[in-house]
Design a protein around this ligand. Sequence first.
Ligand code: C2E
Ligand code: CA
Ligand code: CA
Ligand code: CA
Length: 274
Amino acid sequence: AKKDGRNSFRFFEAGMDAELQERKAMERDLRVAIQNNELEMYYQPLIETHGRAMQGVEALVRWNRPGFGMVPPGDFIPLAEETGLIIPLGDWILRTSCRQATEWPNLFVAVNLSPTQFKQQDLIGLVKQVLHDTGLTPNRLELEITEGVLLEQTAYSLMTLRGLQELGVRIAMDDFGTGYSSLSYLQMFAFDKIKLDQSFVQELGKSSGATSIVRTVLDLGRSLGMVTTAEGVETASQRDYLTQQGCNQMQGYLFSRPVPAAEIKNLLLRTYPD
Ligand code: C2E
Ligand code: CA
Ligand code: CA
Ligand code: CA
C-alpha cells in the first residue's frame, strides 16, 4: 500500500510538471503571437429585434497557434490574465477592433474587457487615445465587462465606469445572471446595456425557471432604462420568445457565427427574416 501511495504521488507530481511545462510553452507562444501579429479578431453580428438588421458586432479574439490549431479564447484569455500578457493583448484587441469598425459606418463594435484590463492604470486614457488614433466616434464603441470586475475596489470601479461613459463610450454588463449580487450592482452602476447570459437563453422552453428569469431580467433592464441583449440565440422559438418579451437585441448562431472582418460586409447586405 505504501509503495502504491508513493507511486501515485510521483505520478501526480510528474503530471503537474507536464501541465506546468505546457502552460509555460503556451505563455511563450502567446507572447510571440502578440509580437508577430498572429492573432485575429472575429466579429459576431448583433441584431436589432424589430428591424431584424445588424446594429453592431461583438469583437472576439482568435488564436491559430502554430502546431496546435485554433485555441479557444476561454483557454488563453485566463492565461493571459494570470501572466499579465492581457495588457499588451488587450491593447491590440481594442486598437484592432476600433480601427476595423471605422470601415463599417453604421455599426457599433463591442469589445470585451477582462478584469485586469479594467483595473489597469489609466484605462480611460488608453481608450481615449485609441479612439483618437483610429478616428472611431466614441458612441460607436461599447465595452463589455463582467460582474467579477466590480467585486473589489467598488469606488475605483465606479469612477472608471463613469469616466468611460463621459467619453461617450457605452458600458455593457456581460454574462448577466451568472455572477453574484447582480441586483445591487445593477442599481449602483448605471450600465447602458445588459447582456443576458446564453445559459438562460438556451433553457428557454425547457425549464420554466429559466423562462421566468429571462422575463424578469428583460423587465428589470427595461425599468432601469438599459438596452437588453440576449446572447446564444440558436433557435427560431428562442428568438420569438425574446421578441415577444421585448428584448432589444439578439446575438447567436441563428443569425450568424463570429466571422472574419472581411465577411461582415456581405452580412450587411443580408436581412434576418422569419
Ligand atoms: P463572451 O464574451 O460571453 O462571448 C460570447 C461567446 O459565445 C463567444 O465565444 C461566441 O462565439 C459564443 N457564441 C455566440 N453565439 C453563440 C450561440 O448561438 N451558441 C453558442 N453555444 N455560443 C455562442 P468565444 O468567442 O469562444 O469566446 C468565449 C469567451 O472568451 C467570451 O465570452 C469572452 O469571455 C472571452 N473572450 C473572447 N474574445 C475576447 C477578447 O477579445 N477579449 C477578452 N478579454 N475576452 C474575450
Ligand atoms: Ca462578451
Ligand atoms: Ca457574454
Ligand atoms: Ca460567456
